[in-house]
Ligand binder design. Structure first.
Ligand code: NAD
Length: 490
């Protein structure tokens, strides 16, 4: 496990020697210390990335050459997958099979963007002009030095969603993982180094968001900030970037609806509702945390959901059979419990769930189902980011759509019905960037990911993810011998 920072191809300790503890959320054991970078290290890393971009080989390499490094990094992740997955689970708490799944996806992300890097070679779009005296073309180029700031819920996967397209595009990058879950992101430095990535192309700084994160987003030599995390930090990034017009892409939170019509298969509905909110302990930006059920199905579905939720096996993510691990840290645990208490104060009923005291140590919240929330209550409106689902009945399709869209967020939405036309109609009416029909949460590297409204700006993944790290240049050439004769008329 790394305890230094990866800057300009070297592992270095922070000048002031600051560290952060690494705590296993299942046992509260401090099992490692990581380096906490400060403003000085932010500046050194940005200078290294700037130098690598302005004078190094990376942005000038053909895409097919960059692709080789990306594929080597994908392989580097795969080669160490069992070890990295255990590290992720100890750091974050999630069940081991989920960590294995995340890391396989992270490797796949590097392979996917390796393919797109190859496609960039020779990519020139002829622009059709209405004027025959000129021809014009559009070419795409890497936009410069990018900063990636990522959260703790999918530590290496969220990092890969940014590092892989940035490197494929030819950008250089500084990655700032979340302070609670930096271990696998730091290992990406080891993997990049083993892949032979030129120095300065990828720099990795663990440390506090308010210190090193803030220094990075304010740095005048940074061209782009790609962020996944909370709305308030997203706002700060926009404000900091406004000063020198940085490119900004944001993946923020959500309060996503899941609309279930009465003609749905109840088994499938219960399965996908549970996957939509209890997977990763509900610490998922796209979690379908507001469930709307057509009235005739509501009582039966609620009864079945409660029965199944109570059966979910909680435990240390490293133990076989665990389906729900601890929340990521004490702060998040206390936050989720505060949300549940507040829901009760505001009139909601806790049908099942809440705090769990069955283990001596760790940050445990049982699968929680809330009913009877007012539409303006915090539980219905605010993101809880834990295994807490709000469920209520509806009468008509119009009402379901209105309630689903009545949110300042617009990240994801799901609909379930046996009627395909109705599903398509509701999918079209949702104001959300990601819509699932008859399921919730499946995510693919090839498909666009991002939110409407206050859930973010821009799209990650797929070819849209690459666009985040490219500038488009117009090159127009005069091809006519006719004189222009605006000034030089004679
Ligand atoms: P957070 O915003 O506190 O932290 C995210 C990252 O930002 C961390 O790396 C943190 O160190 C850094 N950061 C904090 N303050 C900063 C500052 N002043 N300047 C620069 N960087 C700073 O959020 P979190 O607690 O890590 O994650 C939970 C939130 O993230 C939830 O609201 C969730 O919805 C959201 N999220 C969204 C997505 C998505 O895809 N849209 C994915 C995961 C999480």
């Amino acid at each position: 496990m790394q305890d230094k920072l990866f800057i300009d191809g070297q592992w270095v300790a922070p000048a002031d020697g600051m560290t952060l503890p690494v705590i296993d959320p299942a046992t509260e054991e401090v099992f490692h210390e990581i380096a906490a970078a400060g403003a000085a290290e932010a500046d050194t890393a940005v200078k290294a990335a700037r130098e690598a971009f302005d004078h190094g080989p990376w942005p000038r390499l053909p895409g097919k050459e960059r692709a080789k490094y990306l594929r080597a990094m994908a392989q580097g992740i795969r080669d160490r997958l069992p070890e990295l997955a255990r590290m992720e689970t100890r750091d974050n708490g999630k069940p081991l099979p989920e960590s294995e799944w995340d890391l396989a996806d992270a490797a796949g992300c590097f392979d996917f963007y390796a393919d797109l890097a190859e496609e960039l070679d020779g990519e020139v779009e002829e622009v059709k002009l209405g004027d025959a005296r000129f021809i014009s073309k559009a070419v795409r180029e890497p936009l410069g030095v990018a900063v990636a700031i990522v959260p703790w819920n999918y530590p290496l996967l969220m990092a890969s969603w940014k590092v892989a397209p940035a490197l494929a595009a030819g950008c250089t990058m500084i990655l700032k993982p979340a302070e609670t879950t930096s271990l696998t992101a730091l290992e990406l430095g080891v993997i990049a180094d083993a892949a032979g990535l030129p120095k300065g192309v990828l720099n990795i700084l663990s440390g506090k968001g308010s210190v090193v994160g803030q220094a990075l987003i304010e740095h005048s030599h940074v061209d782009k900030v790609a962020f996944t995390g909370s709305g308030p930090v997203g706002s700060r990034i926009m404000a900091a970037g406004a000063k020198d017009i940085k490119r900004i892409s944001l993946e923020l939170g959500g309060k996503s609806p899941f609309v279930v019509f009465a003609d749905s298969d109840i088994e499938k509905a219960v399965e996908w509702i549970m996957f939509g909110i209890f997977w990763n302990q509900g610490q998922v930006c796209s979690a379908t945390s507001r469930v709307l059920v057509e009235a005739p199905l509501y009582p039966k579905l609620l009864e079945r959901l409660v029965k199944e939720a109570k059966k979910i096996k909680m435990g240390n993510g490293l133990d076989a059979g665990t389906l729900l691990g601890p929340l990521v840290n004490k702060g998040q645990y206390e936050d989720v419990l505060r949300h549940i208490d507040r829901a009760v104060e505001q009139g909601a009923t806790v049908v099942c769930g809440g705090k769990y005291d069955g283990f001596d140590k760790g940050f445990w919240v049982t699968p929680t189902i809330l009913t009877d929330m007012a539409l303006d209550s915090d539980a219905w409106v605010e993101e809880i980011f834990g295994p807490v689902v709000c469920i209520r009945p509806f009468e008509t399709e119009e009402e379901a759509i209105r309630l689903a869209n009545d949110s300042r967020f617009g990240l994801a939405a799901a609909v379930m019905s046996a009627d395909d036309e109705r599903c398509e109609r509701v999918a079209a009416a949702f104001r959300a960037g990601i819509v699932w029909i008859n399921c919730s949460q499946p995510t693919f590297t090839e498909a666009p990911w991002g939110g409407y409204k206050q859930s973010g700006i821009g799209r990650e993944l797929g070819r849209w993810g690459l666009d985040n790290y490219l500038e488009t240049k117009q090159i127009t050439r005069l091809v006519s011998d006719e004189p222009w004769a605006w000034y030089l008329k004679d």
